[in-house]
Design a protein around this ligand. Structure first.
Ligand code: ATP
Length: 227
């Protein structure tokens, strides 16, 4: 199976998340995308507004009928109260997979551009392959990676090529230990939405229905979230 781990705050989930998950699943022929709301984001601790349970419930409503999409509790709040580090989650998930499975980590370009600050980043980059989605307002990853290689942790080398099967720009990552991974770049889908903007619109009672699925808006209203 070809599986993508898709971590995020999902506070709330919106059409930007669904668009990149759908594009990734289509382009890379994924069997499964695991939407995993994070208990405690290491770089934005205590930043979530809705509870983990509400975010899980909203993701379940957002993913709807697409049988490739699943909500996952892999990044549930830890009993010891520590932040959820992606490297721990990915290594744990890999242990549960069979050797034939291929694991990817799906992430937006804005998040990926801070990857060198992530816990054990140099290890994470070789723990699985990456699908990085362009995001409106974020620097173009293809340009950043080609011109400013310091975006990546020290010792990580990068080369780019065009992948004919997927029609995506693909980057090969290597390090001095001879490890290798691949980063597929999904061009920007121009979904201008962000969870921050959605929360502000809810607070101002001006939420439009092109930001997120109606079922999620109804959940927000019914549970009095974000105002
Ligand atoms: P916030 O506004 O609260 O920071 P967000 O909209 O970025 O939230 P997250 O749950 O933090 O949502 O995002 C999860 C992942 O989805 C991140 O890797 C992020 O880069 C990506 N993402 C979110 N919105 C978009 C979008 N509109 N287009 C492309 N990628 C997106």
């Amino acid at each position: 199976m070809r599986i993508a781990f898709f971590g995020g705050t999902f506070d709330p989930p919106h059409y930007g998340h669904l668009a990149i998950a759908r594009a990734a699943a289509d382009c890379l022929r994924l069997d499964k995308v695991l939407f995993a709301p994070v208990g405690k984001q290491p770089l934005k601790q205590d930043s979530s507004v809705a509870s983990f349970e509400d975010r899980v419930a909203m993701v379940r409503l957002a993913i709807g009928e697409d049988t490739r999409f699943e909500v996952s509790a892999l990044d549930a709040p830890r009993p010891d109260g520590h932040p959820n580090y992606t490297i721990d989650t990915i290594l744990g998930l890999k242990k549960s997979l069979s050797p034939q499975d291929q694991l990817f980590c799906l992430i937006g370009a804005d998040s990926f551009l801070s990857v060198s600050h992530w816990y054990r980043a140099a290890e994470l980059l070789f723990a699985c392959d990456f699908i990085v989605a362009g995001r409106p307002g974020a620097e173009r990853l293809d340009v950043v990676l080609q011109n400013a290689r310091q975006t990546l942790p020290q010792g990580v080398r990068i080369s780019s090529s065009y992948h004919h099967q997927t029609e995506l720009l693909e980057f090969g990552l290597t390090n001095d230990s001879g490890q290798h991974s691949t980063l597929f770049y999904l061009p920007d889908l121009h979904e201008e939405v962000s969870a921050t903007a959605v929360r502000s619109s809810v607070a101002e009672r001006s939420l439009s229905n092109d930001a997120l699925p109606e079922q999620v808006s109804e959940y927000i209203r019914a549970h009095h979230l974000y105002y």
